[in-house]
Structures are given as C-alpha cells and as structure tokens.
Design a protein around this ligand. Structure first.
Ligand code: 5GP
Length: 288
C-alpha cells in the first residue's frame, strides 16, 4: 500500500514535528547522561517523542553503559534492542532494574589514601606523578592561602576567600579541614565520595590534623606518612623551594617538628630519598 499523499503544508508540519521529537530525545539523553534524569522515570513519560524512542539509544546514555554492556543486557534480558520505550512491559522493566543492580554491585569502591608529612618533604611532587594514572584520583583542596606564582586555580587548589571557606564549614562541605601556617585548608567531601564510588583510589595530600580527622571518621582510610631523609634535608628543601616568606618558612619548620613526631600514628612510613622510588612504594601500598 502506498503512503497517503500529503499536501506540502502537511509535509512541512510533519517535518517540524519530527524536528521537535528529535530535540526532545536528544535532551532526555543528555539529562540521563548527566544524572539529572533517572533512566527508569522515562518509562512513565507519555510524550510520543519519548515513547517512540528506541530503548537501545536511551540505555547507552546511562553513565557506565556503552555499546558492549548494552548488548549484554539485551542478551540476558531477552529484550529486543529495537524495542521502543513505550513498548517495554513491567516485567522487562523489572529485569532491567536487576541488571542495573548487578552493574552497581560489581563496581568496586576505591580506597581512601591519606598522604601526609611535613611541609617541604615532597608530598605534592610524589602525588602529582600519579595524576596521569587512572587508577588514582588526586583530591583538589580548598584553601584561603594566596596563590603562588605558577599555581593554577582549580588544579593546585581551589582558592577561596575566608568568608567562603567559613560558609563551606557551616554547610558541612568538608571531609576534614585544618588551619596551617595562617591559612585554612580543606578537602571537599562530595568530590571525594564521587571518585571513590567511581572506583578510583583517592589520594588526599594533607597535613597532620586533617589526617587525624580522616583517621577518626573514615575507618578504612590508609594513612601514609612521608618522611625526609634527615632534618637538615627538610630544612634545605623548604628554604631552597623559595615559595615562602621567612615567617612562613619558620612557621612550617615549627610545625614540621610536631608532624615528624606523629609518624607512628600512620599505617605506613615512606622515606623520600628519591621521588620515583617513593611513588613506586606509594602505589604498591595503595594497591596491595
Ligand atoms: P601548602 O601551602 O604548602 O600548599 O600546604 C601546606 C600544608 O597544607 C601541606 O602540608 C599540605 O599537605 C596541607 N594541605 C593541603 N591541602 C589540605 C587539606 O585539604 N586539608 C589539610 N588538612 N591540609 C592540607
């Protein structure tokens, strides 16, 4: 049978409708991908543009479900990939829910690693080497300290004013926070939780008081202390780094004495003779 003949006006209208439907579907896929919309809620959506959407297109917009995983889901549930959203029955929705649960449970949460030690010992040099390693995720702290030359906001730290930091404390946004040498430093909780759920081994590079808070609140955290080869070496590194005023260097050295005497509170101690070797030790401790 031939399709009915359409007048040019009807054809134009049909074309406009198709464009709107495509826009609806693209928006929905984007919202599912960003987590703004929940996949299963779309089975209740009665818009024709959505009920006529292919299940395979929607499924592949869910974070963590690509082509391969979608195919496995279709095979296991015996649902046809070309099925439209409006044609998925209650029992099939239930089967899809079970598949989602299986995926969630199979994703292992990552470990929380705290790297601490006196200022100038080389913690950030060590942790920075792991930035490109996708098994790890380095937390970016929030600080009220002034930005040093060469530092980048959002990469080295999130630099904020005192007011903003205090508001974040009130809003319970920090996993831990501490005062250090006249400035405040804190670890944003939400970002760390998300990275852990994503299966990343999260590294917090923080000072002693913060490490103690993590020890108290996160029982599974692994605490690693980085020690300098000697006191002389630490003093020389801090002074040669040339990033601090005389007053700040002195404040950091005073704190260093206290920090060094707390090494026994940590699960592991790594002596930073040489960066590559310390990085290798850190990785093997993290992945054991
Ligand atoms: P700096 O000013 O040299 O970058 O950092 C000073 C100290 O603050 C370092 O020992 C560093 O590890 C620590 N620090 C950096 N971020 C945080 C944080 O979020 N929380 C805590 N408690 N200490 C931090």
């Amino acid at each position: 049978m031939l399709p009915p003949r359409l007048s040019s006006r009807a054809r134009r209208k049909a074309g406009e409708k198709a464009v709107l439907a495509r826009q609806d579907r693209a928006k929905v896929k984007e919202q599912v991908a960003s987590g703004e919309l929940f996949f299963f809620d779309l089975f209740k959506d009665e818009r024709k543009s959505i009920t006529r959407m292919k299940l395979v297109d929607l499924l592949q917009s869910v974070p963590g479900i690509g082509h391969a995983r979608a195919q496995i889901i279709f095979e296991r549930t015996k649902i046809s990939p070309s099925r439209r959203i409006g044609g998925v029955g209650h029992r099939q929705i239930e089967l899809l829910r079970q598949e989602f649960l299986l995926i969630k449970n199979s994703r292992k949460s990552g470990k929380l690693l705290v790297v601490s030690g006196p200022s100038g010992v080389g913690k950030s040099t060590i942790t920075n080497r792991l930035r490109a390693d996708e098994r790890f995720w380095i937390s970016v702290s929030v600080t009220t300290r002034l930005m040093r030359t060469g530092e980048v906001d959002g990469i080295d730290y999130i630099f904020v004013a005192e007011d903003k930091f205090n508001q974040m404390i009130k809003d319970n946004d920090f996993l831990e926070w501490a005062d250090f040498a006249g400035s405040k430093y804190g670890t944003p909780k939400k970002a760390v939780d998300e990275a852990l759920q994503d299966g990343k081994n999260v590294i917090l590079e923080i000072e002693l008081n913060g490490a103690r808070q993590v020890r108290k609140n996160s029982k599974n955290a692994i605490l690693i202390f980085i020690e300098p080869p000697s006191w002389e070496e630490l003093t020389a590194r801090l002074i040669n780094r040339g990033t601090e005023s005389e007053q700040s260097t002195q404040a950091r050295l005073d704190r260093a004495k206290e920090e060094l005497s707390a090494a026994a509170e940590f699960d592991y101690v790594v002596i930073n003779h040489q960066v590559e070797q310390s990085v290798a030790e850190l990785v093997s401790l993290a992945l054991r």
